[in-house]
Design a protein around this ligand. Structure first.
Ligand code: NAD
Length: 325
């Protein structure tokens, strides 16, 4: 991929997608954002709409995508992504991973564009190997509540690989681990946004289970840098993109309390079904082939995110649906 072609970002009005659109525009690309606005927000990309190089199309990747003109790359990020969203929309999630991946791959094939799939660490399920390297096949319950997301992404990886081998599409699979930063919805039920909101409102911070389950949190600009490097590389992946600093969920809650200067208590809720006990990427491959490693400390990233969320209107917290993802 060179520095001027048009990139289609499916799901570009979402949290991660909007940061990717902004980065691609800054690098000199034209960007076409295709989004059905199910979990995305116009406010995420409103500042970009003034640019002649940015086009926002209200569209659903579950239907075929028809675009005029040359396309250099297609990035498929369109999917409900927070547990709260995918548990509420199981069929839509499976379709975004199956039909959505098919249609975005078809677009790449017809335009002879390269293709990036935003896959996820959830393909490893509740892992039995730790940290998780790319060659680990995972431990996923195919009919559990989280399967709608996990299996959709596993199918998406299989279909992407089939397009590489069958149609010669230059595909890339990024296995993204938990990412946080400005632009997250305060009501999306993910731990960083939920804990920050609870801390800022002086409510109890709700940890599921005993809080000893671990997570590894990557700041969004670091994740986007990894995605762009993969897109520009000759590698097909899958490649883990995440931060290998692993902390217990309880420790993350404590850090957020410190960063926000909150006096909230930390309380336990029942453990979620199939909630992974550990989560930590092995990023050796990303370092070796992309020269990539995250550079933002958790303390820095949490401060920036908390400052940003403080400026958002207060949402209703859906604490009952909050997962430790
Ligand atoms: P998000 O919910 O903020 O963004 C997803 C975007 O896709 C939204 O704008 C939504 O409206 C759009 N969308 C959903 N279904 C669609 C459809 N059928 N057609 C068109 N648009 C559709 O989530 P996010 O955190 O930005 O995640 C983006 C992608 O990255 C997802 O594919 C997710 O699986 C992947 N990912 C994210 C993380 C993370 O920690 N944020 C981790 C692993 C993988």
């Amino acid at each position: 991929m060179n520095n001027s072609g048009t990139v289609v970002v499916a799901g570009g009005a979402g949290f991660l997608g909007s940061h990717l659109c902004r980065r691609l525009l800054a690098d000199g690309h034209g960007v076409v954002c295709v989004d059905n606005m199910s979990t995305g927000r116009l406010s995420n990309v409103e500042d970009l709409t003034a640019s002649r190089d940015f086009r926002l199309i209200h569209g659903d990747v579950v239907e075929p995508i028809d675009l005029h003109g040359d396309v250099e790359a297609v990035c498929h990020l369109a999917s409900p992504a927070s547990p709260q969203a995918y548990l509420a929309h199981p069929v839509e999630t499976l379709l975004a991973g199956s039909a959505g991946t098919r249609h975005s791959l078809e677009l790449a094939r017809k335009k002879q564009a390269c293709y990036l799939l935003a896959s996820t660490s959830e393909v490893y399920g509740d892992p039995q190997i730790h940290p998780q390297p790319e060659h680990y096949w995972g431990h996923v319950n195919p009919i559990g509540p989280r399967s709608v997301y996990d299996e959709a992404k596993r199918f998406a990886e299989a279909l992407t690989t089939a397009y590489l081998h069958t149609h010669g599409v230059d595909t890339k699979i990024a296995r993204i681990f938990n990412t946080y930063g400005p632009g997250m919805r305060a009501d999306d039920g993910r731990i960083v946004s939920t804990f920050i909101r609870q801390a800022m409102e002086g409510e109890p911070i709700t940890v599921h289970g005993d809080g000893r389950q671990t997570r590894s949190l990557c700041y969004v600009e670091d994740t986007v840098e990894g995605l762009v490097r993969l897109l520009r590389s000759p590698h097909h992946g899958p490649v883990n993109i995440g931060n290998p600093r692993e902390l217990s969920v309880r420790r993350i809650a404590e850090m957020i309390r410190e960063v926000t200067g909150s006096r909230s208590s930390i309380v336990s809720l029942p453990r979620m079904v199939d909630d992974p006990q550990v989560r930590c990427p092995d990023i050796g491959l990303a370092f070796d082939i992309l020269g990539w490693a995250p550079s933002t400390t958790l303390e820095q990233g949490l401060r920036i995110t908390a400052d940003h969320l403080a400026r958002e209107p207060a949402p209703q917290l859906a604490a009952a649906a909050t997962s430790q993802s």
